[in-house]
Design a protein around this ligand. Structure first.
Ligand SMILES: [Zn+2]
Length: 309
């Protein structure tokens, strides 16, 4: 911890120095050599799987023993998360499960932490609605919601400083597809130094999410970001099924599709990795960094729950 604390001091000092630059902007990633040089030695041989093993899913027996909200249709949500791993700083990565059908779908929020805190707020609002109206979930669907993939960034701040994980890594640059240690920052998010990690899946948050996804058979995935660029299907060029999911969501949301392209070079992206695994995936960008666009995303949810690859 002492070695890491020393690195963190230098990292956050660099963050503070670079922080004099910016003002609000959209979601896209950042500064290479200097930031890369600050990668802690512990990155060189990190575990590829979270130290906390993926727990077995709660049994129905357990679920029925706990208080459950009134439900129009059977639901496996008992108000308690499945913990799929822990963050660098030890915070739990929590997944909530709704419905009990055979078709599995996944929503992920907060990959960019507190900088995109409104995506986490949206996940919480959607879960509140799902608990109030279990009939929203079709009988053949089980929906999983990973409400905060970067809880350390979420806890740190609601501005630029909340984007990276505790190791200064952009978790949306850490996936094992088209991964690069650095990228051209000019047209990407570059307000603070941030890295892709020393190698794909170096970060426990990405590794835990990947294992969770591989342990399931997801038919679709939405990863929420903010703000304002639109809808981005996984794959480069876009995967066909992901593009169809993007079109379906665009039709009910008025979010821009195709999304705006500022010429940013995207590397090691979560949605691209999902598409590479045969899971249709889209990034959905909320309109601002402040609002959840709840009514829009309730329509997105209803569409997603009935969408088929
Ligand atoms: Zn983002």
């Amino acid at each position: 911890m002492a070695r890491q604390a020393g690195w963190r001091d230098r990292f956050w000092w660099a963050m503070a120095w670079a922080g004099s630059l910016a003002s609000l902007a959209a979601c896209a990633p950042p500064l290479g050599q200097a930031a890369a040089a600050q990668v802690p030695l512990s990155f060189l041989a990190p575990p590829l799987v979270p130290t906390t093993p993926v727990p077995p899913t709660p049994s129905r027996t357990t679920a029925t023993a706990l208080p459950t909200p009134p439900a129009a249709t059977p639901t496996v949500d008992d108000g308690h998360p499945i913990v799929i791993g822990t963050s660098v700083a030890g915070r739990p990565l929590q997944v909530f499960r709704f419905g009990s059908g055979e078709r599995e779908l996944l929503i992920v929020a907060g990959i960019h932490g507190g900088y995109e805190w409104n995506t986490i707020a949206l996940a919480d609002e959607l879960m509140t609605r799902l608990r109030q109206d279990a009939g929203l979930i079709p009988s053949d669907v089980t929906l999983y919601i990973l409400r905060s993939l970067n809880p350390d960034g979420e806890a740190r701040s609601r501005d630029y400083y909340g984007r990276a994980n505790e190791n200064g890594v952009d978790l949306n640059r850490n996936w094992p597809v088209n991964w690069h240690p650095d990228w051209e920052r000019t047209y990407c998010w570059h307000y603070l130094p941030i890295t892709a990690g020393p190698h794909p899946l170096s970060e426990p948050e990405a590794a835990a999410a990947m294992q969770f996804i591989l342990d399931h058979d997801f038919e679709g995935l939405i990863s929420y970001h903010s703000a304002a660029l639109g809808i981005f299907p996984g794959g480069s060029p876009p995967d066909t099924a992901s593009a169809r999911l993007a079109e379906a969501v665009a039709a009910v949301s008025a979010y821009r599709y195709p999304g705006l392209n500022y010429g940013c070079e995207y590397t090691g992206q979560f949605a691209d990795w999902s598409a590479s695994q045969g899971i249709p995936a889209i990034d959905v960008e909320l309109t601002t960094h402040e609002t959840t666009d709840f009514e829009i995303n309730l329509r997105v949810l209803e569409t997603f729950l009935r969408w088929r690859p």
